[in-house]
Design a protein around this ligand. Structure first.
Ligand SMILES: [Fe+2]
Ligand SMILES: [Fe+2]
Length: 162
């Protein structure tokens, strides 16, 4: 099923919202790849790109949480880490010996996880940061570039993320 973005999934941060939109778009492009019209190379390339993009996004989102001292930071980060580990393991298996069944399984896992995570877990970040101002206490203690990057993007809309 195709993922459709709606403003109700917005967490009120332009960087993270634009990344979520792009993640939906990427997962949809994966969903559209099928046995008949796509090569194994197409599937591998798309999977690799999504995983790299998701990892970049997790860093930015964690930085945003750190910026606001989000109370569920550790649990949320663990969800990101566990998902990354599982997805990389499945991707490696897929790369070792390709089968459309394995690919289909992986794309279903990605689809369901992204949908559930963005619509439920990430939405809670938006509810927490709404109306609050960043504390920067974590930024001051770590001087993390990711936190600073997230702050820079807080007030402007971007169409693509490197
Ligand atoms: Fe997210
Ligand atoms: Fe998240």
């Amino acid at each position: 099923m195709i993922l459709k973005w709606s403003n109700e999934f917005s967490i009120g941060n332009n960087l993270i919202d634009s990344q979520h939109k792009k993640l939906f778009m990427l997962v949809n492009s994966l969903t559209r790849l099928n046995e008949k019209n796509s090569t194994a190379a197409d599937m591998t390339r798309t999977l690799d790109f999504i995983l790299k993009y998701a990892v970049r996004h997790f860093k930015d989102e964690e930085a945003l949480q750190a910026m606001y001292d989000y109370p569920d930071y550790n649990a949320h980060k663990k969800t990101h880490d566990d998902f990354t580990q599982t997805a990389i393991m499945l991707r490696d298996e897929h790369n070792k010996s390709f089968s459309y069944e394995k690919f289909k399984n992986l794309k279903n896992i990605l689809h369901d996880w992204v949908k559930q995570h963005v619509m439920v877990d990430d939405k809670k970040i938006g509810e927490f940061i709404k109306g609050r101002v960043p504390t920067f206490s974590k930024w001051l203690s770590t001087n993390s570039k990711d936190v600073f990057r997230s702050f820079l993007y807080t007030t402007k809309t971007i169409s693509s993320v490197p």
